[in-house]
Design a protein around this ligand. Structure first.
Ligand SMILES: Nc1ccn([C@@H]2O[C@H](COP(=O)(O)OP(=O)(O)OP(=O)(O)O)[C@@H](O)[C@H]2O)c(=O)n1
Ligand SMILES: C[C@](O)(CO)[C@H](O)COP(=O)(O)O
Length: 227
């Protein structure tokens, strides 16, 4: 299975003056934890790290330390996650029929979840890891007034990995460019193109490290795993 890791962000919500994936938890860069999980997932045979060239010296040093046994390519990221994934798709090996896309910021992903998504994507055109929502969710207007309360039974929090048929995802991304669609995950492009996306059970610990508070949570979870 081919894995694309979007890692080209700037971490605005982290308040960091550098790519948040270079920040350390449990004495290792966030991206290193993500890469270690990918390395330990037996189904992953190739890794593409979508990243800003300004970060490449740091990423190359991390890769040198990790000594991964799988091929790793650095791919130039874009100004949005959507653009970064678009670039990543163009750089996939020609042999890639399916792809997993996993946020570099989701450094607590387990190899088991990567493997289960890699196996499941062989049975469907698109899938995402997701967990049921625990809070009651409100739809709120621009004045902060609640407009509706969706049925919680139908609400899931999307995570990554997200998996796709490569040919279809390339078509959906191209349509997104043509239509000017702006999405925050790749599954949305499938949905907008009318292609079914399957939910795969995610993990409550599969946190996207986004704000400074998330660093402490990631530290705790890694520590609880004895890492
Ligand atoms: N232009 C971008 C923006 C984001 N990402 C990646 O997409 C993942 C999810 O994005 P997010 O958590 O929002 O990261 P940032 O965009 O860096 O955070 P912020 O929105 O706070 O700036 C991250 O691994 C990030 O590196 C990317 O590859 N290219
Ligand atoms: C892809 C994602 O992780 C699914 O929850 C999320 O949409 C990424 O959003 P971000 O704003 O790019 O972090």
């Amino acid at each position: 299975m081919y894995l694309l890791i979007p890692a080209a962000g700037i971490g605005k919500r982290m308040g960091s003056n550098r790519n948040k994936l270079l920040l350390e938890v449990r004495s290792q860069p966030i991206i290193a934890w993500t890469l270690k999980a990918a390395a330990a997932a037996g189904t992953i045979e190739w890794i593409g790290i979508i990243s800003q060239p300004t970060d490449w010296p740091d990423f190359k040093a991390i890769l040198a330390d990790l000594k991964l046994s799988k091929p790793v390519e650095l791919i130039i990221g874009g100004s949005t996650r959507q653009e970064s994934v678009y670039n990543g798709l163009q750089a996939l090996p020609a042999a890639a029929e399916q792809v997993l896309i996993h946020d570099g910021a989701r450094c607590l992903v387990t190899p088991d979840l990567l493997n289960s998504c890699a196996q499941a994507i062989r049975q469907c055109p698109g899938l995402i890891a997701a967990v049921p929502v625990k809070d009651t969710i409100k739809v709120v207007d621009e004045n902060g007034i609640i407009q509706s309360t969706p049925d919680r039974q139908q609400l899931w929090a999307a995570q990554t990995p997200q998996g796709f048929n490569v040919k279809l995802l390339k078509q959906c991304h191209a349509e997104g460019v043509r239509q000017g669609w702006e999405v925050t995950d790749d599954a949305a492009l499938f949905e907008m193109c009318g292609i079914e996306v399957q939910i795969v059970p995610g993990e409550e610990t599969n946190l996207k490290v986004t704000t400074p508070q998330d660093l402490a949570i990631a530290e705790f979870i890694l520590s609880s795993r004895g890492l």
